[in-house]
Design a protein around this ligand. Sequence first.
Ligand SMILES: Nc1ncnc2c1ncn2[C@@H]1O[C@H](COP(=O)(O)OP(=O)(O)OP(=O)(O)O)[C@@H](O)[C@H]1O
Ligand SMILES: [Mg+2]
Length: 271
Amino acid sequence: MRAWNIELRYLTIGYDRHTVLSDINATLPGGEISVILGGSGCGKSTLLRHIVGLQRPIAGEILIDGRDLYALDKEEFRRTRRRMGVLFQDGALLGALTLAQNAALPLSQHLWLKKDLLRNAALRVLRMVGLADFADYYPNELSGGMRKRAGLARAIIAEPAILLCDEPTSGLDPITAARMDDLLLSMRAQYKEMTIVVVSHDLASLKRIAQHVLVLGEGRALFAGSLEELLNSHDPYLVNFLNRRPDEGPRFEDEPPNPEVLKALNKWLDS
Ligand SMILES: Nc1ncnc2c1ncn2[C@@H]1O[C@H](COP(=O)(O)OP(=O)(O)OP(=O)(O)O)[C@@H](O)[C@H]1O
Ligand SMILES: [Mg+2]
């Protein structure tokens, strides 16, 4: 099987009449790791939901392996969606199921397989993410990083052509985050045809895993290209973002407290 490209063409997405991103043109190349980068609230998760077929664009197209996802007939649409594995931002594990049952879900929901076959398939992917010893634990017995790894195990169990991960390293300490990056890199080494899309605002992770980058901001695509091109860019917004410089926000010194409130407050604190 050859790798699937994801192409965004004049894509405009959003909610009801509230447009989040306009006119995006970018290709996320098959068989590579693409990172979608952008500040909080810029529309990364929204874009991901559109790519996996959960939300229809306002305008434009999403081509998966050359075919417009939202123009496919029902059967082809289902067939295409089946080839996508998703790690949602919060892991989205079911609390009533063990890790093994959670990991096996994409198979157990659609296939009639003997219990021990399902369990072995689940154990295989849990081993890949280093969680085989926790197969019979419930999600609330695990740390956040473990839950994300379990979500990743579930996302890959059905051998997806496209793996999408929403913020796989956010909320993790730097060492656990680096392990997650390693996991994605080894995933790519093992599945050479897999197209991996990672949503992130983690710059360390970006530099480690990205081959291709799509930067979102100000309601549009600010950059699409290789990691090297991004790191060499002189665009002021990109330079600020990559150097973690804040933009112009409200300044505390412009907002001194009211002297009368301050006087009353001090009186109370001293009383
Ligand atoms: N279900 C929804 N209905 C209406 N608006 C929404 C909905 N979900 C998100 N939005 C809006 O869409 C915009 C983009 O949200 P989104 O969750 O895609 O951002 P994000 O880039 O993933 O942010 P973060 O980095 O914090 O996860 C925000 O302005 C948000 O308020
Ligand atoms: Mg998000």
